[in-house]
Design a protein around this ligand. Sequence first.
Ligand code: ZN
Length: 121
Amino acid sequence: MDADVVKRLQADLQERLARLEAEVAELDAEDRELLSEASGENAYRDHMADQGSATFERELDMTLEENVRDLLAEVRGALARIEAGTYGTCDRCGSQIPVERLEAMPTASLCVTCKEAEEGR
Ligand SMILES: [Zn+2]
């Protein structure tokens, strides 16, 4: 693979990583906030209460948090593959993943054929 392309995608991935880590930190902070709210001493989130029940909000947070953590794992995996020199190679069949696909989705670890096969399970 073109080293310049890999470098560019690596920079992009590192930027995503920083953003996702910040999001996770924020979600963790919210978790602590919710805990202190449960003990009845948090006035800050009171204005959020009229946007929906606390339970619904909590479930939403959980889904969001799972998504963020999944994405974080994907980005870390992609960066690890760059380090290992296996980036851009399909995890399943070992064929080269087209650059256009990687540019559209830098965390892709499967070629389109294998991805479709996996989703069609
Ligand atoms: Zn493949």
